[in-house]
Design a protein around this ligand. Sequence first.
Ligand SMILES: Nc1ncnc2c1ncn2[C@@H]1O[C@H](COP(=O)(O)OP(=O)(O)OP(=O)(O)O)[C@@H](O)[C@H]1O
Ligand SMILES: [Mg+2]
Length: 391
Amino acid sequence: MLTIGTLMNDVNGFTDQRATIESDSSRRILICGKTGTGKSYTLGVLIEELERNEDVITIIIDPQGIFWGMAQPNREQEDAVWDWGESPQGLPITVLVPGDPVERYGGEDVVEELENRGVHLQTLKLNPSDISPEMWCELFDLDISELIGSTLFKAVRDCKKKLGRDFFIPDIINEVERGRRMVDKTKEAVIRRLEMAMDWEIFEEVRYLELWEILNHHGVNILDLSPLDPGRHGLRNLVTAVLMRFIFRQRSIAKRKELLNLAQEMPRVWLAIDEAHNFCPSGSSSLAKEILIRWAKEGRQPGLSLIVASQRPSAIDQEVLTQCDIKLVHRITSKDDRRAINALSDDYLDERLDGSLKQIRNVGEAVLIDDTKETVEIVKIRPRWSFHGGN
Ligand SMILES: Nc1ncnc2c1ncn2[C@@H]1O[C@H](COP(=O)(O)OP(=O)(O)OP(=O)(O)O)[C@@H](O)[C@H]1O
Ligand SMILES: [Mg+2]
């Protein structure tokens, strides 16, 4: 059970009664609200609760690079934390950095200082073989029905056939070079792109990396995407998609083993995505969208939970949105967004919901809609005991 704050009642305003969310089964949670209303903070509260109460792996997808602050105690709001009955405290944090941390963060001194502050930095590199031929083409914005796209597609597919999962970018280049019927110009165009990908320095070059080896099973994992370029088909989406695909596959295997009473060591996973509209945008495609929808729709069985936070609920793909059985709605003012939230909820909630949404005025307050319990409550989110690095 996750205790996220205190409840409001009609007579006394906010009371001491605690607001909770059941967390023993897989869940999908939407956090939304205008900018600066407390979404990222609330996401951090959920992670703190999970870290303390559940034997799960927690991962935050962090496009803004703000969550490493969780390694430190929340001194800024110390009094509120004590009033809540806790002490300010940092959490065990592993920050996964795509590429070399020194290079990504711009110097040894930054890396050293982060480590001084209790952040464990871990390089994350992607296995080229974890990326499907389709995804390789999407990454370079190539059409599979055109010559360059189909050349790349075929080269990756042939590598998979011949080398299984142990192949790297030079192997793909070799495969392209061997293609007999291709004109040199096509080959060159593909090879140039693959060489460019090597320069990104986010791909494994020597051995297949089991991503489980680098995930912290007893602490919070933060995937810091801030040093990478944004974009729907860019590296942020790629890294997220590859990580999610890997976890989905491994947890599916783990679940099968559990059902057969075989030993397995992979805990359930909670994945929280801040600024989620960038990864599963409504009305357009992105590299991570397919796996995100699959995770939301089919992830319950393998024990995968999801938290998505975004300013605009309507900017998130409907297939993900409609799976969210818990909604935490911070202040919203636009009619469109209110309508979007209303549309997601059962009819019988309509009036209560509209009234509640209008009562949210302050940062850190939210309407908690729980479709399983069929409740609508107004909650004041509790203070964080770890530091919040947001604005
Ligand atoms: N429950 C809370 N208690 C106390 N302070 C809070 C709470 N929630 C948010 N804040 C403060 O409000 C500010 C904005 O919060 P936060 O960064 O979570 O906003 P956001 O909704 O994620 O904004 P953005 O859309 O710009 O990312 C921060 O300084 C944070 O410390
Ligand atoms: Mg935020």
